[in-house]
Write a protein that binds this ligand. Sequence first.
Ligand code: SF4
Length: 250
Amino acid sequence: MKHVIQLSGGLGSFGAALRVAEKHGTGDMTLLIADTKAEDEDLWRFADDISRLLDVPLTKVADGRNPWELFRDKRFLGNDRITPCTKYLKQIPCRKWMKVNAPVGDSIVYIGIEKTKRDRARIPAIARNWKPWRVQFPLCNRWEPELSKEDSKARLMDLARWYGIEPPRLYALGYEHNNCAGLCVRAGQKQWKLTLDTQPERFAYAEAQEQEIRDLLGKPVAMLRQIRAGVSHPLPLSELRRQHEAASTA
Ligand code: SF4
């Protein structure tokens, strides 16, 4: 049986890989990771540390584009409801690899969903997306209690340090996930404000990319939305910056 860990570079997939290694060993393990060409450098340090710990090489797949290049090609800006970047930069490259290397009847895919209320709600959709492969969620064993996101993260950070691995730096900056360097199009206003405060150069980069797509499409699209007078409006990052800076100096 092939055990394919869908390694995201986050703590959850690290925990899942450890559980699978404890149960099945690492002889038939694959650490499959999709490179979105937009990850924080420290994600690759963390992934390499996991690879060294388990003595399993990383199997990297990539579409070759980053999310902004994809949005320009598709003439569509991803947002918190629709994320073509997930489909084209992660799911399709991983499934292509699976089709060639992981026969359906002899392979199991493992996803590092944590046992928190919000994350567990994603399980049915994830399992559907991976069909026809069997999918397991090693951190969601039925006999373990449900955790808050903070407790789950703290446990996994402790576990990483126990194995001598420093958790990805984005968590220390206050991010919930270690993906796309904190510039995930699904993130809400809170995370974008965190990015403005902790990674201003990256915020400026995303702001410029978003504006480029607005210019390309000739439409006032935005990743974020804001309710004003009961009506939902696009909220470009430039406007979020203005509002956040105004609030900080008020
Ligand atoms: S982490 Fe966010 S920005 Fe990156 S590919 Fe996934 S949905 Fe898109």
